[in-house]
Design a protein. Structure first.
Length: 188
């Protein structure tokens, strides 16, 4: 049985360009699109199985990366954006008309404050960092995926060379732990 993850993985992972300088993201509206400019490439681009991230129709996972907040600007139709869940740590800004998430921003004190979460598949430009790992893999069960088929999902990720995590990658978990320790007064 073939398990479909996301088109950017199922259709073959395209290697990004280390010197990529950025581009634009656009919502899926046929006209008056929300357009967001990203100056530079993303980091920690990954497949995410959480229930909050925007996914294209039929995909089990989203593909989401981070970029410094100061490198993100809305350049067209900002008035069409709304925050999906104001109580969430990541304030996901989505188009009111088509529902596509253009960027997620953290406003409260958080290890990832200063980084915006974006979906580079919304760009026509090529060269964005390819997915690096899969996070929150088990979370797809909470959205109705049969737990008996999880070995197929993890197997697909392994087949394309992506590590599976039910949290974030070790580097990001270290960043969270460092933030927490420093908030507690520990210095390194």
């Amino acid at each position: 049985m073939t398990t479909f993850i996301h088109p950017l993985i199922d259709n073959g992972i395209a290697k990004g360009k280390p010197d990529f300088t950025g581009g634009t993201l656009s919502c899926h509206c046929p006209s008056n699109k929300v357009v967001v400019s990203l100056k530079g490439n993303v980091a920690h681009n990954h497949a995410c199985g959480c229930s909050k991230c925007w996914k294209p129709s039929g995909a089990l996972f989203s593909i989401v990366g981070v970029i410094p907040r100061q490198n993100v600007s809305v350049i067209a139709n900002e008035s069409k954006l709304r925050i999906v869940d104001e109580a969430a740590a990541i304030q996901r800004h989505a188009c009111k008309d088509c529902g596509v998430h253009l960027y997620g921003r953290i406003e409260k004190d958080h290890p990832f404050k200063g980084l915006d979460f974006v979906h580079v598949e919304l760009s026509d430009q090529k060269g964005w960092q390819e997915p690096q790992f899969a996070a929150f893999v088990s979370s797809i069960i909470e959205q109705g995926f049969n737990p008996k088929d999880m070995d197929n999902v993890r197997g697909r990720f392994k087949a394309v060379g992506l590590e599976n995590y039910d949290v974030l990658s070790p580097a990001l978990m270290d960043l969270i732990a460092t933030f927490t320790a420093q908030k507690a007064g520990i210095t390194f």
